[in-house]
Design a protein around this ligand. Structure first.
Ligand code: ARG
Length: 276
């Protein structure tokens, strides 16, 4: 079995102090159902502490009143080699989040921060393989934002089409298990049924070795995982996926994200990766 080697990561997260489900901008959100900001905070802290226990660095951005989805930091920036491409949200309810994150990056020494001209929900729809940026469209990020990301970040961008409204962001249907190195290709997990027929064929060609997830894995946000190349943080219900990952040499690390899922998010949505 392959020995999987973790690499140390740096993440930006936002505590869910003002967490709520006050509006519905994806099929998981039901404003008539009760949510507990307190429980969301407990689950979020557990996630943050899990990363720290695994040896990763977690930075925190100050949450803002009136922005209940700000906990989903992954949607607010794509950082590769220290270059930052900010966000432009599709829903007006989330628009103001982009500026808070832009400010965080400029105040933390990032000199190349570009704000996008097209709807761009950042790592919600962008997944870095170490060689290229896989880019989702269909529900949130504008396909024109894919070309813009390629220009700004200077990395090849590959467009993929999402077709199931429950899997409205790429990071609800696909994630990178280990990045490509000079000698090994990138390894990913995904749920084929979330993609158009053409995109499925592209994924099968590019990643013949991928771990395929079941419908049950997708429904609990199992594809919203965060991997450091060895340890894979997953919602605890993603049992089929966890078993398949063990067979492939990974170490599943299970977390409870049941409260955050009421807003349509999981571990990855809460986690923006800062690549230098
Ligand atoms: N309620 C948020 C929205 O619909 C959830 C975002 C989840 N984030 C993610 N990366 N999938 O925008």
């Amino acid at each position: 079995m392959t020995t999987r080697v973790p690499t140390t990561r740096r993440y930006l997260m936002c505590p869910p102090r003002f967490f709520a489900v006050d509006y519905a901008i994806n099929p998981w959100m039901d404003p008539t159902q009760p949510v507990s900001a307190e429980r969301a905070m407990t689950q979020w802290r557990e996630l943050r502490d899990t990363y720290r226990r695994l040896g990763h660095t977690v930075e925190e951005i100050e949450p803002q009143p009136g922005l209940p989805d700000m906990v989903f930091a992954a949607n607010s920036g794509t950082v590769i080699d220290g270059r930052v491409l900010g966000a432009r949200f599709r829903a007006p309810q989330r628009a103001a989040e982009a500026e808070h994150f832009r400010r965080w990056f400029t105040e933390h020494g990032y000199r190349e921060v570009v704000m996008p001209s097209y709807v761009n929900e950042a790592e919600g729809d962008f997944a870095w393989t170490g060689r290229m940026l896989l880019a989702g469209t269909g529900f949130r990020t504008d396909p024109a934002a894919h070309a813009e990301a390629q220009e700004v970040l200077g990395v090849p961008v590959l467009s993929l089409r999402l077709t199931d409204p429950r899997y409205y962001h790429l990071d609800t249907a696909l994630f990178v298990l280990s990045e490509a190195t000079d000698t090994t290709p990138a390894h990913i997990a995904y749920y084929p049924e979330a993609f158009s027929a053409g995109s499925r064929r592209v994924l099968a060609r590019l990643f013949p070795d991928a771990v395929l997830a079941t419908a049950a894995d997708a429904e609990c946000f199992g594809l919203n995982g965060v991997s450091d190349g060895r340890n894979v943080v997953l919602p605890l219900e993603a049992t089929d996926l966890a078993e398949r990952l063990v067979v492939r040499g990974y170490e599943p690390v299970l977390v409870d994200i049941s409260e955050l899922r009421k807003a349509g998010g999981g571990p990855k949505c809460c986690t923006l990766e800062i690549r230098k």
